[in-house]
Design a protein around this ligand. Structure first.
Ligand code: NAD
Length: 467
């Protein structure tokens, strides 16, 4: 009988209904008050606290994500975002008094933060809780109505969020629409006041094109190949451990800020490789394909994509560690490759999986040109104690963000904006930047009726023109 049941379709008509309802709620002014915003942020906090076990289970089902990773990187980071908002929101909402110019004397001026309206958040599968709820809470803090479209590639988490947000949130202003390309396309046809998209650049272009039709501004949180440069003067064990935890310990390399490739000197490479091998075994044991401390590859399509990078004949003799595959379990063991050619498949696209190529150079300064010759990465890392090298790296390498002597931690600092540059994205969020991403800064000038110089009014006599 199930096949006879009517399939619920989310099409253009349904999208326009959702938009109409949320537009009505926004126009009622409800989302603008401090009280509404705080009540919704608190509801989200309660939602993730009450349902921690369900969230862990959904991520185990979608990605075999180790529970500790879920608790720290999905739930913990999201709770921190909520707490920062609850502490700072009143201050962020205040108009900012600014100086005026002599030409408008007497006058006063302020910048008034104003919600944009009804916004769309389209999120990705790799951190499906954090990448959905973090922009949503930013949109709410800024006083908007919001529709969330989670990723269909993490179906258990998507349906859990649809259920929980319906239960905990004010549904006249906050909605979840589940689905894939058709549903997202129906949503993208609507006129939004902002679209916040996380995912790959190919779809980023589709989102930006759809937004352009309505002059809708976008935030695009994209990816790229994040380099990690390793100097020889480092604490080798600490550097190796941080590289491993930032690669395989972040969702098995399926993270936008994972190190995609390492650059080190020819002389130092053997030591680095040995240390990486030792620490990999310390972390994941002798049979990492069986480790419960590494997420699996998300699905067969992504498995095939990553396997193809490894099967490329240009790199077959470059694998120096790992390389074992088990498609039935969607696992590839942590794999190191040394000196892969620059025109190999693995160096041609973002890896987004458990492979780590190491490129060697004669002098580390060569890495700057190597990185800058590619599209701009979301994050660039350097491990060094050399002050001059650090300064040169920060000055000369372009990236969305940077971190010296660690991996990924920059994105948990709420005073730093998180976002890309060039091909790795446009716009940013986190902390106050999340509020600003969904806020219009309205310029307001106040004047009285005094100081009404006749100079500005016609007729423009010769005397006036001489002044
Ligand atoms: P994905 O497959 O989940 O796609 C992202 C979203 O786009 C989904 O909601 C999906 O439904 C939608 N989508 C897919 N095809 C579409 C189409 N044709 N039209 C409209 N919508 C469509 O995620 P993904 O792209 O595989 O994510 C991985 C990429 O995202 C990597 O490049 C990674 O670096 C990047 N990423 C960036 C960040 C960041 O914060 N900058 C975070 C995570 C991932």
């Amino acid at each position: 009988m199930e096949s006879l049941q009517k399939k619920v379709v989310f099409d253009g008509e349904a999208a326009s209904m959702v938009m109409k309802e949320l537009r009505g709620s926004f126009r009622s002014g409800k989302t603008r008050s401090y009280e509404w915003r705080v009540s919704q942020v608190k509801a989200l906090l309660k939602m993730v606290t009450d349902n921690e076990k369900q969230i862990i289970d959904a991520l185990l089902s979608d990605l075999a994500k180790p529970p500790l990773e879920t608790v720290v990187y999905e739930i913990g980071m999201f709770k921190n975002s909520c707490e920062v908002i609850l502490k700072e929101l009143k201050q962020w909402m205040k108009p900012e008094k600014v100086k005026t110019s002599i030409s408008t004397f007497p006058s006063s001026a302020e910048i008034v933060p104003e919600p944009l309206g009804v916004v769309l958040v389209i999120s990705a599968w790799n951190y499906p809780i954090l990448l959905s709820l973090d922009p949503v809470v930013g949109a709410i803090a800024a006083g908007n109505a919001v529709v969330l479209k989670p990723s269909e590639i993490a179906p258990a988490t998507s349906s859990l969020m649809a259920k929980l947000l319906a239960e905990y949130m004010d549904n006249s202003c906050v909605r979840v629409v589940e689905g894939a390309v058709d549903e997202t396309s129906a949503l993208l046809d609507q006129k939004w006041d902002k679209i916040f998209y996380t995912g790959n650049g190919r779809v980023g272009r589709i989102v930006m094109t759809a937004a352009a039709k309505h002059l809708t501004p976008v935030v695009l949180e994209l990816g790229g190949k994040c380099p990690a440069v390793v100097d020889s003067d480092v604490n080798l064990q600490v550097a190796a451990r941080r590289l491993i935890s930032g690669k395989w310990g972040l969702n098995n390399g399926q993270a936008c800020v994972s190190p995609d490739y390492v650059i080190t000197t020819k002389d130092f490479a053997p030591k680095l490789v040995e240390s990486l091998k030792t620490e990999l075994e310390n972390f994941f044991g002798k049979n990492p394909l069986e480790s419960k401390d590494i997420s699996r590859i998300v699905n067969h399509n992504h498995f095939a994509r990553v396997a193809k990078l490894l099967d490329d004949e240009k790199v077959s003799d470059k694998i120096i560690h790992g390389g074992e595959k088990d498609e039935s379990k969607l696992r590839i063991s942590p794999t190191l490759l040394l000196d892969v050619p620059h025109d190999s498949l693995i160096m041609g696209e973002e890896i987004f999986g458990p492979l780590l190529p190491i490129i060697t150079v004669n002098k580390l300064e060569e890495s700057f040109d190597l990185i800058n010759s590619r599209t701009k990465p979301l994050a660039a890392y350097i491990f060094t104690n050399n002050k001059k090298l650090k300064e040169q790296f920060v000055k000369n390498v372009s990236a969305g963000g940077m971190l010296v002597n660690d991996i990924a931690l920059h994105l948990i600092v709420p005073t730093l904006p998180f976002g890309g540059v060039g091909d790795s994205g446009t716009g940013s969020y986190h902390g106050r930047f999340s509020f600003e991403a969904f806020t219009h800064k309205k310029a307001v000038l106040y004047r009285g009726f005094g100081g009404d110089a006749s100079l500005r009014y016609p007729p423009y006599t010769e005397t006036k023109q001489r002044v």
